[in-house]
Design a protein around this ligand. Structure first.
Ligand code: NAD
Length: 446
C-alpha cells in the first residue's frame, strides 16, 4: 500500500474510532460519518469525461455508501468544475481535479477508473487503466472498432482486472427476470428479436474551423485519434455523428437494445449482417446515419433487427426505446425495467411493471438509481470475484454486432461472418474498417 492510501486509511479509521468513542467529528454530518465508518472496505474511484454521462455516473458512484470519488478527470475545465460541485453535495470531501488522464493514472489513490469519455477514447483509456492496475467501469460502446474490442477482452484477462461495460440493463431486476422467463420457455423457442431507438435530434449545421476554446485541451480531447482541425459544431456531444471519433446512433443507443436482443436470442456471433439507411433528413456535417435498419442472421435459425431514428421521436409501442422477442409460443416486450408477455394471438398474458424511473430520452442519466445496481455488481466482482453482469467479453460481443452493422452500412453490402469468431469473411473492403489508425505515439499495445 502506498503512502497516500495508508494516510487516508489512518485518517478514516481514526475518525471512526473517535466517533465510536462518543467523540464528534467537526464539520461532518451524520451521513458523512456513516460513509466514513466502513472506510477500510471503501472503493475509490476516478471518473474521466464528466460533461454529461460521466457527471451523472460520478454522482451515482458517490451515492454508494462504500464508495469515494477521489479524482475527476476532464480536458474541459468547466465540466470538471461542475462535476466537483455536484460531488461536494454527494460526498463529504472534494475530489482532486486532473486535466491529463495519464497523470491521474500514476496515482495509487484509487481502484477503479470510470471511462465516460468520447468513444475514440474508450479502449485506449481502458487499456491504460488496466496497465496502471485499475479496474474499469467502461461506458458503451466498449470500443471504437472491433480490433479494439478484441484487444480489451485479451487485456482484461492478461491484467486480471474487472471491466464492467455500461450496459446497465443487464443489472435491472425486471430485465433479468424477463430473460429468465425467456430461458424457461415462457414464449417457446425464440427465433426473432427486434430493438429500436427514436429521438428527434436537431441538425448540427456546417462547422467553421476556429481556434479551440480556452477551456478545452483540444489536443488531449483528440488523444489517440489522428489530428484534425477544431470545428465549432463538434463539442460537446455532436462528435457522436462523425466516424473519426463517434460511432453513430447505432452504437450510441443501439448497443443497449441489441445487447438485450442478443441476450434473449442466446446468440454470440452472426453469419450475415446487412444495413440500410443514411443521413436522410438534413444536409449538414453529420456523417453517420440518422435513419438505419440493421439485420443479423444467426446459425440457430434466428434473426435480429435494430431500427434507429435520430430525427423522429415518436418511437414504437409507446416507447422511445424497446425490444420485442418473438417465440413460437408468444412474445415478450421490454426495454425499460419491466416487461409484458403476449400469446401468439397478441393477448396479454402477464405484465411486470417498471418500478424505477427509466427515461431513455434523458441522455445523461436514463436509468437513475438503477445504475447503482450495475455499479454494485462491479464492486462485488472486485471484492468477491463475483461474475460481472456485463463483463467486457459480453460487452464486446454486443458492441461487435453493431460495429459489423455500421461496417455493412459504410461499404454498402451484406457481410459474411464466421460464427465461431465474429470475423468478417473474405471481404478486404470491409476488413479495412475492422481497425483504425492512431495518432503516432498513441497506438494500443497490450
Ligand atoms: N450507458 C448510458 O446510458 C450512457 C448514457 C449517455 C452516454 N453514454 C456514453 O458516455 C460517453 C460520454 O457521453 P456524453 O454524452 O457524456 O459525451 P460528452 O461529449 O457530453 O462528454 C464527454 C466528456 O469527455 C471529456 N473528454 C474528452 N477527452 C477527454 C480526455 N482526454 N480526458 C478526460 N476527459 C475527456 C469531454 O471534455 C467531455 O466533458 C459516450 O461514450 C456515451 O456513449 C452512456
Amino acid at each position: 500500500m502506498n503512502e497516500t492510501r495508508r494516510d487516508f486509511m489512518r485518517k478514516t479509521v481514526g475518525a471512526s474510532a473517535a466517533a465510536a468513542a462518543g467523540g464528534t467529528l467537526t464539520g461532518m454530518s451524520a451521513e458523512s460519518y456513516n460513509r466514513v465508518k466502513g472506510a477500510n472496505d471503501r472503493i475509490r474511484v476516478a471518473v474521466a469525461g464528466v460533461n454529461a454521462r460521466g457527471n451523472a455516473l460520478a454522482v451515482n458512484f458517490a451515492a454508494l455508501p462504500d464508495c469515494d470519488v477521489v479524482h475527476v478527470i476532464d480536458v474541459d475545465s468547466r465540466a470538471s468544475a461542475k462535476c466537483v460541485k455536484n460531488l461536494e453535495k454527494a460526498q463529504s470531501f472534494k475530489p482532486s481535479v486532473f486535466g491529463d488522464i495519464r497523470k491521474s493514472l500514476e496515482s495509487k489513490e484509487y481502484d477503479v477508473l470510470v471511462v465516460a469519455m468520447p468513444d475514440h477514447w474508450h479502449a485506449p483509456a481502458t487499456l491504460m487503466a488496466l496497465q496502471a492496475d485499475k479496474h474499469v467501469y467502461l461506458e458503451k460502446p466498449c470500443s471504437h472498432t472491433p480490433a479494439e474490442g478484441e484487444l480489451l477482452v485479451a487485456a482484461a484477462k492478461k491484467y486480471k482486472k474487472c471491466v464492467q461495460m455500461g450496459n446497465q440493463r443487464r443489472s435491472f431486476p425486471n430485465i433479468v427476470r424477463a430473460m429468465e422467463e425467456v430461458r424457461s420457455g415462457a414464449i417457446g423457442r425464440v427465433y426473432f428479436g427486434k430493438g429500436w431507438y427514436a429521438r428527434n435530434r436537431a441538425p448540427i449545421g456546417v462547422g467553421k474551423v476556429t481556434p479551440p476554446p480556452d477551456w478545452l485541451n483540444w489536443d488531449l480531447w483528440q488523444g489517440p485519434a489522428p489530428r484534425k482541425e477544431f470545428k465549432d459544431n463538434l463539442i460537446h456531444y455532436n462528435w457522436h455523428w462523425f466516424w473519426h471519433w463517434g460511432t453513430g446512433e447505432a452504437l450510441n443507443n443501439g448497443t443497449h437494445m441489441v445487447d438485450l436482443v442478443r441476450w434473449g436470442l442466446g446468440v454470440d456471433y452472426p453469419v450475415k449482417v446487412s444495413s440500410y439507411g443514411g443521413r436522410l433528413v438534413y444536409n449538414d456535417d453529420w456523417e453517420t446515419p440518422d435513419t438505419q435498419t440493421i439485420s443479423w442472421e444467426f446459425e440457430n435459425r434466428s434473426v435480429m433487427t435494430w431500427e434507429g431514428f435520430s430525427c423522429y421521436g415518436r418511437g414504437q409501442e409507446g416507447q422511445s426505446v424497446g425490444v420485442i422477442l418473438n417465440g413460437d409460443k408468444g412474445s415478450l416486450h421490454t426495454g425499460a425495467n419491466g416487461y409484458t408477455i403476449f400469446d401468439l394471438g397478441g393477448k396479454e398474458v402477464r405484465t411486470v411493471k417498471t418500478v424505477s424511473r427509466v427515461d431513455a430520452t434523458d441522455s445523461q442519466n436514463p436509468s437513475g438509481k438503477l445504475d447503482v445496481l450495475h455499479i454494485r455488481n462491479l464492486f462485488e466482482g472486485i471484492r468477491e470475484g463475483k461474475s460481472l453482469n456485463a463483463d467486457v467479453e459480453s460487452g464486446h460481443k454486443s458492441t461487435l454486432l453493431v460495429q459489423l452493422g455500421n461496417i455493412a452500412q459504410r461499404v454498402g453490402h451484406t457481410l459474411n461472418i464466421d460464427p465461431a469468431t465474429g470475423h468478417i469473411i473474405n471481404d478486404p473492403e470491409a476488413q479495412k474498417l475492422w481497425s483504425r489508425s492512431y495518432e503516432p505515439g498513441w497506438e494500443m499495445k497490450i
